[in-house]
Each structure stands twice: as structure tokens, then as C-alpha cells.
Design a protein. Sequence first.
Length: 393
Amino acid sequence: MKKQALICGAGIAGCCAAIALARAGWAVTVVEKQAAWRFQSSGIFVYSNGLAHFHALDVMEAMVAAGFPISDGRNLYLEADGTPLFETVYPGRFAGLDVVPILGIRRTEMHRVLSARMSQLGVTLTLGCTVQALEPRQDGVRAALSDGREVDADLLLGADGIRSRVRQLLWPEVQPRYSGFGVWRSVHRRPPALRDKIMMMAPGLRLGIMPISAEQLYLFGTVVEPADAWYPREDWASLMASRFAVFRGPAAPFLDELGPQSELLYTAVEEILMPAPWHRGRVLLIGDAAHASTPFMGQGGAMAVEDAVVLGRLLERSADIDRTLERFSARRPPACRFVQDVSRQVGVSGARSDPREHADILQAMKPTAQARVDEFYARLEHLSRDDTTKETT
Ligand SMILES: Cc1cc2nc3c(=O)[nH]c(=O)nc-3n(C[C@H](O)[C@H](O)[C@H](O)COP(=O)(O)OP(=O)(O)OC[C@H]3O[C@@H](n4cnc5c(N)ncnc54)[C@H](O)[C@@H]3O)c2cc1C
């Protein structure tokens, strides 16, 4: 009989884990709290490592076709007025695989690709449903669902994001930590000539421009915001325009057109710093539920995909689920913690609002930026190396 997995949450982590486990021969059920798909963001970047992990789930080509690839991997850095500062090139190879270095993609499109793959593999998905209670069982777990069902599973994955219900049930002491940053995002029509990923820098502010489809691009601006900041939705357009008004050059037309009709999102950024192990009995947390990061490296989604790929591979190789969970919990936290730490440092350095300090940071970045990108991806590759093939079960 097939082993049974119950996955709580159908975001990137939940969908990818469903695909990975179904490929490994498991019967997979996913429950998702939302009754209809809604996404917390318009677009997302996926870099080489994320695409290589999508490749392992057989969805990379469909993702690339659905998004906007930056095939030369160039990331342009500009001053606030649009004056070029320097550029970096992101790697187009990860773990021996040639991939697109940077992909911008709409969240709805990413989800469409993942949903199609789940259906192909026979994953059962129930929308408008959540896990209400958990009970450890001999060799498994029993979950009480909000639709009245009781489900026995060999493994339950909490893939239910930063405010994870599963985490709350088993690790109530782990709470999201406010990072100090707010992120403002908006979607715009893409002028055909704008094909680069652009990062603009001003004291205490960063503003990115990224194509996400043939028709659209998105703007994302980061700024220090008070911990309890809450802004009414009707004020978002004017607040974003005023926060980032110093940015001109290629950003000017997009900031100037912000208004009530704009597709906008404000997010107060939080992190989850969860000590290992990320499992208790047969319940494992993956994705943001276990390791939500600040977004400065654009890696949270890729880490969620990698969780799924690693778990799928480990389960394929071993029938011993408990041992597999231990291996997972030994392998994934170092990579996720590395991403969290680097991302936090990048955020802190971008938050320096003193013009002199800002100028010093840019001066220091120029000669070292490319080496930092290369070192970051080399380290990620090292941390995602698969040594488990040598282990016996
Ligand atoms: C401003 C910002 C920008 C970012 N940009 C990038 C980027 O460019 N690239 C990148 O790789 N990452 C980026 N990230 C990070 C990325 O969005 C997350 O790491 C990723 O979405 C995590 O996926 P997840 O599936 O773990 O969680 P989520 O995407 O949060 O999905 C969780 C799912 O679980 C569901 N759910 C929640 N509670 C329950 C419940 N009780 N029962 C059932 N279902 C439930 C939710 O509805 C949702 O569908 C960014 C993050 C932020 C904040």
C-alpha cells in the first residue's frame, strides 16, 4: 500500500512537496485554507538554484515559458536619479545544470504550473480546509480537519506559511519576528525596451524593477517601517509614491502613475527563526512555516522548493521515515539559515539613511559586488550538495 502524506498549505512549499512526494510513490492529500486562490504578491524572482530545483520536479521549462527570463543574468545597479553605478551577472548554472540565471514570474502563473503538475500526478487537493488538531499515532499522525474529517497519515507536512497553524499546534513558542522593514510592491505595464532587472539605491531606500511577463513588470521598494505600522489600503498608492519619490530615471514613470487603479501590496516583513529539528514525531515543517526570510536575496521561494526536492529524494531512497526526517532536519537548516543571515545583512546595509554612510557602502560594493554574488551561489550550491546517496538506510 502507498504511504500517505497530508500537506497543510498549498503555497510554493506545499505544492512542490506534493509533487515531490507523489513522484516518490506516495499518496498525497493537500488541504488549503483559502476557498479560492489568492496570492500575497504579484511577482517573484527565481534564480538559478530555484530553477534547478524546479527542474527536479519537471516544471522548470513550463515556469520559464510562463515568466520573463533574464537570459544574460544581468542585474543593473543605479543611483536614485538613474545614473549607472555598476552591474552584476547572476550564474546560469547550478549543480551542473544550465539554467536561466534569473526568472521573473507572476505568482498566479507559478501556481498554474504547479497545480497542473499536481493534477497530473493525482494529488488530492481540498480548498477551504485546514488542520484543526493533531494527534500522534503509532507510526504516523491523525489530523482533525475543519471539514469534519479525521485523516491518518504516515507523514504530515506543515507548509502553511509564516503564520503556520501546524507550527502553532506543536511549537507555540516559535513566533514570527518583525524585521524592521516594509516592502511596497506595484505592478505596471512593461515598456518593451525594459528587459533588465534593475536595483536603484538611495540612502535608507532600495527600489527594484523587474519584468514578470511579456506585458508586465513590478516595482518593489524596501524601507524601514515602525513595528506596528498599518496603512489603510486606499492610502497605499500615495504612500508608496511619496516614500520612493526620490527615485527618478527608469522608475519615474511607474511611480508617477501610481493611483487608486494600481495593483499594490504593502508587506511588513517578518522572519521565522526556528531551531532545528523542524519535525516532531511524523510532523515536519517546511517552507516559510519553518524558515521565512527577509526578501533581500529573493530566495524564500527557492528554499521552499528545495525543501520539497530534498524531502522527496530522501523518501525515495529510504523506507525509514523517522530516519529520513532526521536527515532532512540535519540538511536543510544550515542552507536556510545562511540565506536568512545574508538577506538580513543586505537589508541592514540598505537601511543606512545617512548619505555619507550610504555613499561609503556603494563605494565598497562596487569592486566586490560580483564576487559576493558568486560566493553566495557557490555557498548555496555547496550547502545543497546531496551526500545522502552514500548513506545506507
Ligand atoms: C516582500 C516579499 C518578497 C519576496 N520575494 C521573493 C522572491 O522574489 N523570490 C523568492 O524566492 N521568494 C520571495 N519571497 C519569499 C516567498 O514569497 C516565500 O518564501 C514563499 O512564498 C514561501 O512559500 P510557502 O509555501 O512556504 O508559504 P506561503 O507562500 O505563505 O504559502 C502558504 C500556503 O498555506 C496556506 N495556509 C496558511 N494557513 C493555513 C492553514 N491553517 N491551513 C491550510 N492552509 C493554510 C496559505 O493560504 C498559502 O496558500 C518574498 C517574500 C516577501 C515577504
